[in-house]
Design a protein around this ligand. Structure first.
Ligand SMILES: C[S@@+](CC[C@H](N)C(=O)[O-])C[C@H]1O[C@@H](n2cnc3c(N)ncnc32)[C@H](O)[C@@H]1O
Length: 244
């Protein structure tokens, strides 16, 4: 997969992408990341990319032309949809991440200041995506979030393929709790079932915890969801114990 990032501080995204799973996926050629600095597309010697907002008010606005020139340059190399990261966009979720991961190419466009001239958004952005209902200082962090979430879904990106399959949201539920050594930590033991070696008991315990945690913390994920007989039984068991 190819991902291009355009912004004012692309090196911040590059730094993040050199580490961990994304860094490893890059080295393995699973993802090819390219970073483009908007200042390289400015029209003057001072590399100006922003100006005051028409109508007055605080802050600056990214100018349309450097943004359009950057997008044209990237698209001249390979055609791809431009995703503008913006608080006004559709909120990212697991389904969107999976859909992005199935695309061969993406161009992520990060804004700064008050955002960018609306005309270039209309002319050049194919989609607008938000990473949540809060405002960041720049779209670079949002681009890093999209890259991280997408790359871990690409075949071969995770050392252990099951890790992504068992993550929260994949099956529409939150993940179950995890424990590691030592078995006894500050007077608390790990749940007995996890050291029993009984794989079937471990599977049902994990499923029950996953259902129970989703019911407690994200009941919206269970709304309209048809549970099978085992899931219903385990969730009822969890609720009884929780209420008791
Ligand atoms: C300070 S913000 C602009 C906020 C804008 N004036 C508003 O209130 O909607 C600057 C840039 O950060 C990025 N950004 C901020 N919050 C974001 C979010 N929740 N999701 C995605 N990008 C975001 C966008 O690229 C935006 O152009």
């Amino acid at each position: 997969m190819d991902i291009d990032v355009i912004g004012l501080f692309p090196e911040a995204v590059r730094g993040f992408c050199d580490c961990g799973i994304v860094g490893r996926a890059s080295q393995l050629g699973i993802v090819t990341l390219r970073f483009w600095n908007l200042r390289d597309f400015a029209e003057d010697k001072r590399r100006t990319v922003d100006d005051r907002p028409y109508g007055g008010g605080p802050g600056m606005v990214l100018m349309a032309e450097p943004v359009a020139r950057a997008i044209d340059e990237v698209r001249a190399q390979h055609e791809a949809p431009v995703l503008y990261l913006s608080p006004a966009g559709r909120v990212l979720d697991h389904a969107a991440v999976m859909e992005f991961a199935a695309r061969p190419r993406l161009i992520l466009l990060a804004g700064r200041y008050e955002g960018m001239d609306e005309r270039v958004v209309r002319a050049c952005a194919d989609e607008e995506w938000s990473i949540g209902d809060y405002v960041l200082s720049g779209g670079e962090v949002a681009a890093a979030v999209v890259i991280d979430a997408v790359v871990r879904q690409l075949p071969g990106a995770l050392g252990h393929e099951d890790s992504a399959r068992e993550d929260s949201f994949v099956a529409g539920l939150l993940d179950h709790p995890h424990y590691t050594r030592p078995e006894l930590w500050r007077q608390e033991r790990v749940p007995e079932v996890l050291v029993s070696g009984d794989h079937e008991r471990i599977r049902t315990w994990r499923l029950r915890e996953s259902l129970g945690r989703t019911w407690l913390r994200r009941p919206d994920l269970l709304e309209g969801r048809e549970l099978d007989a085992e899931q219903k039984r385990l969730l009822e068991e969890f609720k009884r114990e929780y209420r008791g």
